[in-house]
Write a protein that binds this ligand. Sequence first.
Ligand SMILES: *Cc1c(COP(=O)(O)O)cnc(C)c1O
Length: 470
Amino acid sequence: MMADLRSLPQVNAVLDMPEAETLLARFSREEVVSAVRAEIARLRKALLAGDSSGPIGGTDAAFFEAVETHIDTHRLASLRPVINATGVIIHTNLGRAPLAPEAVAAMRAIAGGYANLELDLTSGERGSRQGHVERLLCQLTGAEAALVLNNCSATVVASLAALAGGQTVIASRGELVEIGGSFRMPDVITASGARLKEVGATNKTHLSDYADAIDDQTAVLLKSHTSNFKQVGFTTAPSRKALAELARETGTIFMEDLGSGVLIDLAPFGMTDEPVVRDVVSAGADLVMFSGDKLLGGPQAGIIVGQKDVVSRIAKHPMARAMRIDKLSLAGLEATLRLYLPPHDPRLKIPVLQMLAMRADVLEKRAYAVVERLKTAENVLRSAEETRILIVPTIAYAGGGSLPEQDLESFGLSLERSDMRAVDLARRLRGLDLPILGRISNDKIIIDLRTVLDSDLDKLVEGLLAALTR
Ligand SMILES: *Cc1c(COP(=O)(O)O)cnc(C)c1O
């Protein structure tokens, strides 16, 4: 039988019904109209597909319920908290570094009111937004001066615009990195108004390559940390000390984009690939830039430390003004940096470092505890035939383009339902009020416990139960 589309309700007729009036009292007309349209479209589709179970020729309670659900769904905040069970600690799609409670408290303290953002409370005169963190940064890195912008990409663009606009920047062919999110070093250099002069080969660049390329147009020698890949085999690059010396002799500026950049030595955790900012400064770099929300473990920010006169040239450039840090990030950054000072131990205070340092046997115990709790919930037992939960060893990563080769031994759960494919189970986990993001491997969902915050463990169990028992 042909579907009779004339039997579908008309938008205007629906809006005249008393049930619509109730909705119009609570929601805007635009929201109600758009939800009614969407619901009619759904009915039309069902009708064309041969399903005539809908309210043919009119509307019923279910119709209006669906309209209301539609509006409610659209009113849900778009940006929401999720549980990161991917095992990637600094996950850019999931907002990178979770903040320490101290940083959250500092942001909350100033968010709802006014603050002395650019006011010196002692003199009552105008103060500097940078003053709140500059001394801390100098203390933590050994640098003379510091400047904080919106993110690390901004620090590179603003620095090159201020120091090398219309001139050339020399960079090694082995370091012309692409970070992701369309941050490609050659494009960034061009966008800042400087010209790129590439030197060396992909795997080997010598000091003489830089020296031979320097002329009266050269403003900057740029070194970039190859943060998201690793070269092995026959590779050569000049030392920072040698590049710093060459820059000094030729009146150019040696700057290094560290990307992640760490403030403490991670070698005790077996991580040796990320340079410590202080070491780069003491090797003689004029400028060093790094992110606030990667291994530093703070809010989104880009940090420049280096020589006073060079930093102040950048600070005066309009780009630095356009890309300046906001007060909330600044408050979070200041509080995070204070956790690097005694009596604190940043490895115990900063979530990113805690996650990095967590031992595999601790994570294994955590996995057992989670499974125990899932099993004691009777619902799971009842549907046990279709649900398989196993404790499995996993590999976690630092992420955020840092420590790309560094596997972190971890533990997690492998989830499987006999009546559902992993992609469907994953969709269900994403659809929870507090979405759970795991990863899929061999048609199973892997919940890696290294990246689940302690404070989220209860909610993780609750969410898994909801997804597995429905
Ligand atoms: C991550 C990274 C950047 C970009 O930092 P954002 O804070 O994301 O803007 C730049 N350079 C390197 C080497 C990076 O690793």
